[in-house]
Design a binder for this molecule. Structure first.
Ligand code: G1P
Length: 293
């Protein structure tokens, strides 16, 4: 049995950095080439063994969950027209895993968003994965490594990136100790968005968490932290203080931040350059465009 069955994806934000588009289209549905970012994240969760996805959403933001429902009329039309490739694409999201929603009706922070999903868990959920849909962690597979670390060392396991010090204050930052394994570190403290000079390391949380169910009890005991929000980081720090084992897997691959237009465009260009239909022409055009800039 996999280390977790349920993956939680917080997606209740207003997407202010993508206004005015997000007046009508949730940012999680913006296409990275032709596929919404949230499908990429859901695929990653399913590949790591999740069978259920809990999308934490805000009232009225139904389109995100709707995207995962089957579309029988569209499928019938594509079938009639013999469009088998498109049919496979259309069916992909609804076949990945079972999708449920939890409603976060006030934007009180990431910790609060995760806590909203507790009612979707069953007695079998000893741990849950949390994937932030703004973060693409590449290549995928880090959750599987994190699950192996939980299997061996117990507790909760997070994904860390080594971030340049001047950018560290945008992240949750780990205070770490070495283990025998270069890619696995023990976490002895965690702080949300510290000033660069106060940061305990340059290892930052990168949007992938495998959390023991004890997190839900800790989330009930935190008070507003950085930015006046209920921070997931503070609940993890509380668990660490109480002796709960927390480790990170240091991911040495790539990463995209889909949460702002600049990062989103980078991801789209990166994926498009790898795409057999669009890559070669786009590469040519980009080279010419940049030569004239
Ligand atoms: C959130 C978390 C932070 C983490 C970051 C990763 O912050 O609170 O600990 O490092 O995601 O992207 P946000 O980017 O939502 O401000």
């Amino acid at each position: 049995m996999s280390a977790f069955q349920t993956a939680i994806v917080p997606a209740a934000g207003l997407g202010t950095r993508f206004l005015p588009t997000t007046k009508a289209v949730p940012k999680e549905l913006l296409p990275v080439v032709d596929t919404p970012g949230i499908e990429l994240v859901a695929t990653e969760a399913a590949e790591a063994g999740a069978t259920k996805l809990v999308i934490v959403t805000s009232p009225g933001k139904d389109a995100v969950a709707e995207y995962f429902r089957p579309q029988p009329e569209l499928e019938a039309t594509l079938e009639e027209r013999g469009k088998t490739d498109l049919l496979a694409k259309v069916r992909r999201a609804s076949n990945l895993l079972a999708v449920e929603t939890a409603i976060q009706d006030k934007a009180l922070g990431l910790g609060h968003a995760v806590a909203c999903a507790e009612g979707n868990l069953t007695g079998a959920d000893e741990a849950v994965a949390v994937l932030l849909p703004d973060d693409l962690v590449l290549p995928t597979g880090v959750l599987t490594k994190m699950a192996a670390v939980r299997e061996k060392l117990g507790g909760s396991v997070l994904c860390a990136f080594d971030i340049p010090k001047e950018q560290i204050s945008a992240y949750g930052v780990f205070d770490v100790r070495d283990t025998g394994d270069d890619d696995v570190k023990q976490v002895v403290g965690m702080v949300e968005k510290p000033k660069a000079e106060d940061a305990p390391s340059t290892f930052a949380a990168a949007g992938r968490y495998l959390l023991d169910r004890a997190i839900f009890d800790a989330l009930k005991r935190i008070t507003p932290g950085a930015g006046g929000e209920l921070q997931l980081t503070d609940a993890i720090a509380l668990l660490i203080n109480e002796g709960h084992p927390v480790h990170v897997v240091v991911h040495r691959g790539g990463r995209h931040d889909l949460g702002n237009p600049g990062g989103f465009l980078r991801a789209a260009v990166d994926f498009a350059l790898e795409h057999p239909d669009y890559g070669p022409e786009l590469g040519e055009w980009l080279r010419a465009r940049l030569a004239n800039s």
